[in-house]
Design a protein around this ligand. Structure first.
Ligand SMILES: NC(=O)c1ccc[n+]([C@@H]2O[C@H](COP(=O)([O-])OP(=O)(O)OC[C@H]3O[C@@H](n4cnc5c(N)ncnc54)[C@H](O)[C@@H]3O)[C@@H](O)[C@H]2O)c1
Ligand SMILES: [Zn+2]
Length: 371
């Protein structure tokens, strides 16, 4: 049996562990059992993940004498809706949950965000465990306690901070994930290197391809390093008053691109973030903060693994600089009318700026659209 790695998210009496490694799912019962206040749990998952991985979880829970019910929510972003939340809450209440109940979210960021939010509000808050099954969820959404749903007004605008009791990231479950989804999650891995870990970025340049293949050792290393980076930031700034904003590197541009594409299959979140990170570096170069060769190095690595690096790579969509700029101004990361941008002095040296020159922003947008 492979030893599993552990990362701790230090939040006082709400601290929890992220357990990483191949085989974590098969040992879920052993890890979850000590946390349960009754030998019973409710698994929330989507039909795609259920097909591939519910059986392994079921077996493990049964082996640990944990009784469970399963609630299947639809796959995909549409499940993060008020209607699905209502359905999920109704079902949970029907099953007779109590304050001492615990939900297990088995799936990607969609299942985690929806089930986590349901756990935050059901009976004013019950426990939940995250078993993330996409790379994006393993390195990002399952850690940090942000939960929520989308509305007409935008993505993730209704939600709650609700930390899980445990995160189990089984790198083996990524074997069934479509490559495009795997790559999208990889963009967030690269982000951690860009924020404050140039050595990790260098390691990714050498090992990214292996990680995106089926090299479990490389996957474990990348997931652990990413979770540790996010855990440190979250422990220092749980509710995004300062340092946590660094996690939005590439996201102001990325969200504008995603919104322009309608949050669908045209452009996945991670793909938008990949393009957005390149644009954030270009903006940093233009503002004189960052040497141009750092932006080139980032672009080269993303392209080498197969991620898009500029808006021209998005098939069938024509973006306009005006439209993107307007969308950035309505992004929720706006502070007192100024756009908050994460810029960089180089790879591994990101910083938050709220005084970005509008002309420089326009120039970067126009350049990238004209390329
Ligand atoms: N809470 C946070 O801090 C945070 C951070 C980043 C993103 N998010 C949210 O995460 C969501 C995106 O998450 P995602 O990228 O994981 O998407 P997702 O949950 O929609 O999963 C992508 C697709 O892969 C399928 N899938 C999941 N695991 C699989 C597996 N192991 N094998 C085969 N198929 C599998 C799913 O059924 C789905 O169709 C967005 O809603 C985003 O807002 C939240
Ligand atoms: Zn992201």
């Amino acid at each position: 049996v492979n030893p599993l790695e552990t990362v701790t998210v230090g939040l006082g009496d709400r601290s929890y562990e992220i357990i990483v490694g191949p085989g974590a799912l098969a040992r879920a019962g052993t890890h979850i059992s000590p946390l349960l206040r009754q030998p019973r749990t409710i698994v929330v998952t989507d039909p795609v993940v259920a097909d591939f991985h519910l059986e392994a979880l079921s077996r493990s829970l049964s082996d640990s004498d944990i009784a469970f019910e399963t609630i299947v929510v639809p796959a995909g972003e549409e499940a993060k809706s008020m209607a699905e939340l209502e359905r999920l809450l109704a079902r949970l209440l029907e099953l007779g949950i109590e304050r001492s109940s615990c939900i297990v979210a088995l799936g990607g960021g969609v299942v985690g965000d929806l089930a986590g939010f349901a756990a935050a509000v059901a009976l004013r808050g019950i426990d939940f465990v995250q078993i993330p099954t996409t790379l994006l969820a393993q390195v990002d959404s399952s850690v940090g306690g942000k939960t929520g749903i989308n509305t007409q007004a935008g993505k993730n605008l209704i939600g709650a901070f609700h930390q899980p009791r445990l995160v189990l990231a089984d790198t083996k479950v990524l074997d069934t994930l479509p490559r495009r989804q795997l790559l999208a999650g990889y963009a967030e891995v690269v982000k951690y290197g860009l924020i404050d870990d140039p050595a990790f970025f260098g390691w990714l340049e050498g090992h990214g391809a292996a990680l995106l293949g089926r090299d479990d050792a490389a996957r474990v290393k990348a997931v652990v390093r990413s979770c540790r980076a996010k855990a440190d930031i979250v422990a220092a700034d749980e509710r995004e008053a300062g340092r946590r904003a660094l996690l939005n590197l590439g996201h102001t541009f990325g969200h504008a691109l995603e919104a322009a594409c309608g949050y669908g299959d045209i452009l996945l979140h991670g793909e938008a973030v990949a393009i957005g990170m390149v644009m954030a570096f270009e903006l940093s170069v233009r503002l004189g903060h960052c040497p141009a060769d750092h932006a080139d190095r980032l672009r080269r690595h993303l392209a080498a693994v197969g991620l898009p690096t500029d808006p021209q790579h998005v098939d069938g969509v024509i973006f306009s600089a005006d439209d993107l700029r307007r969308r950035m101004a309505t992004d929720k990361k706006v502070k007192d009318g100024h756009l908050v941008f994460v810029l960089a002095r180089g790879i591994g040296e990101a910083f938050v700026s709220n005084s970005v020159d509008v002309d420089a922003l326009t120039a970067v947008l126009e350049d990238s659209l004209a390329a």
